[in-house]
Design a protein around this ligand. Structure first.
Ligand code: HSE
Length: 424
């Protein structure tokens, strides 16, 4: 074990402060390694903070960290793509180890950053970018088998919103406000609710396990903005829960990657996750199934993941990153097959169900079950009609929905939520 680490920290927001607090609480010792806080780069020196630090420790110039030869390890918690990317690459070129929580950056520039770290024989710690599933992926990097299916709940904010909507019947914006107050959300919470944070984490995990980082614009990313309390309640009646899922499946050289809300059987696996809990379930190509769950957001869980990376550095752990073994091609979204939950707002009159199911039938889509709600006399004449389908091809389903939405008896744009089979 290395006896001393000389640390530079970039950023003293929620996570940076958590790291400093935990280090001070441990008297700057991790096991028998002494961690010396050399410099912290901040935007404003004079801001009121929850930790008191000597003024000379703070700087507003990141160069003071990069140029200090004493500093051997840099923690990047400023977030965002630029200047974080340039700072990390420069730190690696100067042979400093880097620990980062920046999933948005790793999803966009992961392959460039890992390459730089390998070339300079530096450790690149990314545990904090995906605190709830990193350990599992790391252990898989030692496995000779490849992942055949991965599903995950990777965003604490969305899981919190969806569980509170179901539990308390509160609407989306009320719960989002609470999540922001608790410090779960990203700087821009649309990253959470529009699915980007989940996609960033999925891309990083695929990079770590397959050596392949799909680009953000090549995969389907749908968030939870359009999930209404109605759908949460209907899903419950049908025996499901709605979760924002990250999904990846491999078949020979074909990779299916998507992020979207999905119905999961409510009593199993990831469906049971509450609040900010995250989870991951994996099946490898020889059928081995494993999973784990852990808190997915918050100051101390994230700061702890950073300290774990510091321990790896102190122990002299080497970076393990799989080279891209074979060329993978992404399956177009139209070709994927899954089951669907559909909600139509239709007039409550004779022949409506026949018209809707007729169009689905013309497109080869078979209905598994139907739930129709009675008319509320005080309101408009349209009523919700919910259908669950058997497995169908996405492009057929989309064509059918377009035709259904053109029917005069259908009063609003129909809602589609995919249904996913969990592994456990
Ligand atoms: N905003 C993220 C979440 C924080 O809600 O999961 C952890 O990455």
């Amino acid at each position: 074990m290395k006896k001393k680490l000389h640390l530079g920290i970039l950023g003293l927001g929620t996570v940076g402060t958590g790291v400093v607090e935990l280090l001070l609480k441990r008297k700057q010792m991790l096991g028998d390694c002494r961690v010396i806080l050399e410099r912290i780069a901040v935007r404003q020196k004079r801001k009121k903070r929850s930790v008191s630090l000597p003024a000379n420790l703070l700087t507003t110039n990141p160069e003071d960290i990069l140029e200090d030869p004493k500093i051997d390890t840099v923690i990047e918690v400023i977030g965002g793509v630029s200047p974080a990317r340039e700072i990390i690459l420069e730190a690696l070129r100067r042979r400093k180890n880097v620990v980062t929580a920046n999933k948005a950056l790793l999803a966009r520039a992961g392959s460039e950053i890992f390459k730089e770290a390998m070339e300079n024989d530096c450790y690149l710690g990314v545990r904090a970018s995906n605190i709830a599933s990193y350990r599992l992926i790391e252990s898989l990097s030692f496995s000779p088998s490849r992942i055949s299916k991965l599903i995950g709940v990777f965003n604490g904010t969305c899981n919190y919103i969806l569980t509170e909507m179901e539990r308390k019947g509160e609407d989306f914006s009320t719960v989002l406000k609470k999540a922001q107050e608790m410090g779960y959300t990203e700087k821009d919470p649309s990253d959470d609710i529009d699915g980007y944070d989940t996609a960033h984490k999925l891309i990083v995990l695929l990079g770590l396990s397959l050596g392949y980082f799909p680009t953000l614009d090549s995969i389907l990313i749908e968030g939870i903005r359009r999930v209404s309390s109605q759908d949460v309640i209907f899903a419950k009646e049908l025996g499901y829960r709605i979760k924002l899922l990250a999904i990846a499946k491999t078949q020979t050289n074909n990779l299916e990657v998507r992020v979207h809300p999905a119905l999961l059987h409510r009593d199993k696996g990831l469906a049971r996750l509450e609040g900010i809990e995250n989870g991951i379930e994996l099946r490898d190509e020889v059928g081995l199934e494993i999973g784990m769950q852990a808190p997915g957001a918050g100051k101390y869980p994230t700061a702890t993941a950073i300290l774990e990376d510091l321990i790896c550095i102190a122990r002299g752990r080497k970076l393990t990153f799989p080279p891209e073994k074979r060329k993978l091609s992404l399956r177009p979204m139209g070709k994927i097959k899954t089951q669907y939950y559909l909600r139509f707002s239709a007039l409550d009159e004779a022949g409506v169900l026949a018209k809707i199911s007729g169009i689905l039938g013309q497109h080869g889509i078979s209905i598994k079950s139907v739930l129709q709600k009675g008319r509320d006399e005080r309101k408009a004449k349209s009523v919700p009609v919910i259908m669950l389908t058997h497995e169908a091809k996405e492009e057929d389903l989309q064509k059918a929905l377009k035709n259904i939405d053109n029917l005069p008896v259908v009063k609003e744009k129909s809602v589609l939520i995919r249904v996913e089979e969990g592994i456990f």
